[in-house]
Design a binder for this molecule. Sequence first.
Ligand code: ADP
Ligand code: MG
Length: 458
Amino acid sequence: MINKNNNMDLKEIWQTVLGEIELQISRPNFLTWLKESQLIEKNEKDGSVLVGLPNQFAKEWVKNRYHKLVLSSLRQIDGSIRHVDYVVLNNQKKNLNPAITQDSPQQSLIELKIDPKTNLNPNYRLDNFVVGSSNELAFAAINAVIKDIGQKYNPLFIYGGVGLGKTHLIQAAGNKIVEDYKNKVRVLYVSSEKFISDVITGVRNKRMEDVKQKYRNIDVLIIDDIQFIGGKPTTELEFFYTFNALYENQKQIIISSDRPPAAIPTLEERLRSRFEGGMIADIGYPDYEMRLAILKTKAQQKGWIVDEKILELIAVKVQKNVRELEGVLNKIVFYQQYKDKNLDLKKIEDIINETVQTMSKNVTANDIIKAVSDFFEISPNDIIARNRKQNVVEPRQITMYLLREILKMSYPNIGEKLGKRDHTTVIHACEKINNEITTNPTFNQKIILIKEQIFKNS
Ligand code: ADP
Ligand code: MG
């Protein structure tokens, strides 16, 4: 039942709206674009509301694709709403009064908190990182690097599955280095996505020198999710040069990846062997004790008092992903605050089951087809079939490209799998997508999001 009560607070209204929208669009799209959205304000006079989204890209996407849906869902709950505006939030998690950032494509996420010089988020710290058997090697290696920058383990390559703490750990290392060495050591954290887009923009605007300068002028380069770099010749080459320049000058490089260097199929051989020449440490799944410790740390950090029994139940049920552990905790606390003060353990179990995604190890062709079709909200059959519907051309080409890039399938095999198409069609598609990725940052972003989905779902 929809509650027409005007006194519903913004959070409740938005929660209900999201509940509606969730039913209408695919789950990956929902998670990607709307999960971190908020209703920020409502102007009673003119019936306008402001919806906050975590970054520019999400803002554009929601505005262009889901505006009608957002508006109609809002109006179902509150008929006085007439108009929706969208803004980028600076801090999507806690901030109740977010500063509205400017409409520039570069500005996004928690950026107002992030130190623009280093790109580091101060919330990731070593002292709020829980250490246990699954990450103690990586933790020890990070500490050795902090003590002995550029000397001991270079590069330090940390890998592990999604949501197991890679970003947290490498950013925490950056923060600690800044703290310990003050201004003597220049630290820069970038996602490989950011690195790629810098290189693409540099090439496009003929400002590659500036880009080189930026990356070679630092003492500690921390680069996150390197697996996305592989397979793009310009960026990979540029990364290789940057890497060498830093390495030869004994600057420290810290890299994260979702898998070991040997398992990044698109990575060029010489780059791979460079990575393997340093220190490689993995982060595995946390055991029960550690999961419980993490939950306690998170609850404490947020000032929440949560029954030990609930924490134990979450720790038992959520095993494969710390981010999910945190997500479930957030959700339960949210339920308790806004919906039902006395959640019983059965209900909590339901919430956990709803939230937890199943994870398996290997990506298959069907995972890729599914992720692409979910993303574009078409059916997997449309991608596989021999039809020429205009709206499936691009998704199909992207699928071909990803089958090639991720699974290293042969062109004829890809053609065979996707409607018995000729291998030259596949080659053409792969070239076209590759070209688009290197020239169009927005498009590249899209590919990255689809890839994230593939690895998340698999
Ligand atoms: P990854 O980069 O490996 O996908 P993140 O570093 O983003 O994962 O971690 C996901 C979430 O889990 C973050 O909120 C992070 O703070 C938290 N987290 C992961 N591992 C730990 C840990 N050992 N101690 C505390 N928090 C952790
Ligand atoms: Mg990460």
